[in-house]
Design a protein around this ligand. Structure first.
Ligand SMILES: Nc1ncnc2c1ncn2[C@@H]1O[C@H](COP(=O)(O)OP(=O)(O)O)[C@@H](O)[C@H]1O
Ligand SMILES: [Mg+2]
Length: 431
C-alpha cells in the first residue's frame, strides 16, 4: 500500500492496538476529528461530563465508546483497563486504541481509545434526571464506596475518583458501580493507608462538587446538603474496609467466631480467599484476619447454578427466589443444581420472556425479574391475598414497564441537557 503524502487517508497509516483487531475498524472515518463524525455512525446516548470528546459509535451490531485523547495516554489507559479486567474488577471493557490518525490535509489527529459501551449503564446525571427517589445520591455513593474498596483491595490507586468517572447499573434495590476513567490510575502490589486516604479525600471533594452542580440545576431534593452527603463516601468506605480486612481477636474457646466472620463476609457479598489464623504465645487467644477477599459471593454462586451473569444484589434476590421455589416444592434436600435448572426453566425464563420485544430495552432481565417480584408483593398487599406470578408479570408489563425510560440505550440527548421529569414514575409513589 502507498504511503505517499497525498494519500494520508490510507488506512495503512493507522496503528490499531486491540486484543482481537477487527478489520471493520478500518471503515470508520479516522481521518475526521471525532467531533465531526457523521450522525449516521453515532448513537446519542447520555454521557457524563468529560474533559475529552467522547462519542458512541455503532459497530458490528454493538456500541463502542470512542474517546479522543493523546496517543501515549490512550495506550496507557488501554493497558490499565486490561490489567483491571484481568483482576476481575468492574470497569468498562477496553476494545482497542487507534493512533497514527491524520486529517485529509495531513494534519495529525489525536488517538482514540475504544471501550465497549457498558449496557444498561447510566451516568449519574442521567439517573438524577429520572430517578426521583430522595435517596438516589446516597445509593450512588454506597455503590461507589464498594467499587473503591474493591479497587483498593487489589492495589489500584484511582487518583480521580468521582461520580463522573463511574457508571452505574441497577442492582435490585441498589446500584453497582463501574470504573469508566482509568487515566490517572496506578497499580501497586498493595496500597498504603495514606494512598487510600488520599483517594478517599479526592472522592469526597469531587462528589461534593458534583452534587453542588446538581443542586444548582435543581436536581437535588431541597433539603439535601451536598457536603454532608459527600462525607458518606468516607463512612461507607471505612465501614466496608474494616469489615473486610480488620483483624479480630478472641479466646480459644470461641472458635465459632471464625465461621461467623466468614458468614458475615459472605453476607456482604464477599468470599474469603485466604484467612490468616494465629495464636498468641500463651495459646489463650486466636487472631484471625482475612488476607484475600473476592467480591461476587452471590453472583458466583448463581452463575455456578444457572449460568446467569448478573449483579451481586440481583443474584441475592434470585437466589432467595430459588430457595422459596425449592421450599414450595419441598425439595430443599434435592440436588441444588437440578432444582436450580428447574427454577430457571419453570420460573425465571418464562417470566423474563413474557416481556414483549419492544419493551426489552427498558431493563435487564434480572432487574426486571426483581421488579416483578416487588410488584407482586405490592399487589398482594393491596389485594390482601397471594398473587400468581403470571398475573404480576402481566400487570407489571402493562402498567409499569411502558412508563420507564429505555435504559439499554437511553434517550437521545446529552445528560447535561436532559430535563427533570415532570411526573414521577408510579413506583415512586410506593415510597
Ligand atoms: N464504555 C463506556 N460505556 C458507557 N459510557 C462511557 C464509556 N466510556 C465513556 N463513557 C461515557 O463518557 C464519559 C466520559 O468518559 P471519560 O473516560 O471519563 O472521559 P474523560 O477522560 O474525558 O473524563 C463517561 O462519564 C461516560 O458517561
Ligand atoms: Mg472522566
Amino acid at each position: 500500500m502507498s504511503d505517499s503524502p497525498t494519500d494520508r487517508r490510507d488506512p495503512a497509516a493507522l496503528d490499531i492496538t486491540a486484543a482481537r483487531p477487527d478489520p471493520a475498524l478500518l471503515d470508520l472515518p479516522w481521518h475526521l476529528p471525532l467531533a465531526e463524525w457523521p450522525e449516521s455512525l453515532l448513537a446519542a446516548l447520555p454521557r457524563g461530563i468529560s474533559r475529552h470528546i467522547v462519542r458512541f459509535v455503532r459497530f458490528r451490531g454493538g456500541l463502542l465508546a470512542v474517546k479522543e485523547i493523546k496517543p501515549d495516554i490512550a495506550h496507557r489507559e488501554y493497558a490499565m483497563l486490561r490489567d483491571l479486567q484481568r483482576l476481575d474488577l468492574p470497569t468498562v471493557v477496553p476494545f482497542g486504541v487507534v493512533s497514527g490518525r491524520h486529517a485529509a490535509d495531513g494534519t495529525p489527529l489525536d488517538a482514540c481509545l475504544l471501550t465497549r459501551h457498558l449496557q444498561f449503564s447510566l451516568p449519574y446525571r442521567a439517573l438524577f434526571s429520572h430517578e426521583l427517589r430522595p435517596d438516589a445520591a446516597t445509593r450512588l455513593i454506597d455503590a461507589l464506596a464498594v467499587l473503591l474498596v474493591r479497587l483498593h483491595l487489589l492495589g489500584f490507586w484511582w487518583g480521580d475518583v468521582s461520580l463522573s468517572n463511574t457508571l452505574f447499573r441497577r442492582d435490585a434495590e441498589a446500584f453497582s458501580a463501574y470504573l469508566v476513567d482509568a487515566e490517572t490510575g496506578e497499580l501497586f502490589p498493595s496500597l498504603t493507608r495514606g494512598q487510600r486516604e488520599h483517594d478517599l479525600d479526592i472522592a469526597r471533594v469531587n462528589i461534593a462538587g458534583e452534587l453542588m452542580d446538581l443542586e444548582a440545576g435543581g436536581m437535588l431534593p431541597a433539603d439535601a446538603d451536598p457536603v454532608v452527603i459527600s462525607e458518606r463516601i468516607m463512612f461507607r468506605y471505612r465501614e466496608l474496609w474494616g469489615a473486610l480486612t480488620a483483624p479480630e481477636r478472641f479466646g480459644t474457646g470461641d472458635r465459632w467466631r471464625v465461621d461467623d466472620r466468614i458468614a458475615r463476609l459472605n453476607a456482604l457479598g464477599f468470599d474469603v480467599g485466604e484467612l490468616a489464623i494465629s495464636t498468641d504465645v500463651g495459646g489463650l487467644h486466636i487472631q484471625i484476619q482475612p488476607k484475600v477477599v473476592d467480591a461476587g459471593h452471590h453472583s458466583r454462586r448463581l452463575a455456578r447454578l444457572t449460568h446467569l451473569q448478573v449483579e451481586e444484589n440481583q443474584a441475592r434476590r434470585l437466589l432467595n427466589d430459588l430457595d422459596s421455589f425449592a421450599a414450595s416444592q419441598n425439595r430443599q434436600d434435592d440436588d441444588e443444581e437440578t432444582v436450580a435448572r428447574d427454577w430457571l426453566t419453570q420460573i425465571y425464563e418464562p417470566i423474563t420472556r413474557m416481556v414483549p420485544a419492544e419493551l426489552r430495552q427498558k431493563l435487564e432481565p434480572a432487574q426486571l425479574f426483581h421488579e416483578v417480584l416487588d410488584h407482586r408483593w405490592y399487589m398482594a398487599e393491596a389485594a390482601g391475598h397471594d398473587i400468581a406470578i403470571e398475573d404480576a408479570v402481566r400487570s407489571y408489563v402493562e402498567q409499569i414497564l411502558p412508563m420507564k425510560p429505555d435504559e439499554q440505550s437511553v434517550l437521545g440527548v446529552d445528560t447535561i441537557e436532559m430535563p427533570v421529569y415532570a411526573a414521577p414514575p408510579p413506583e415512586d409513589e410506593r415510597g
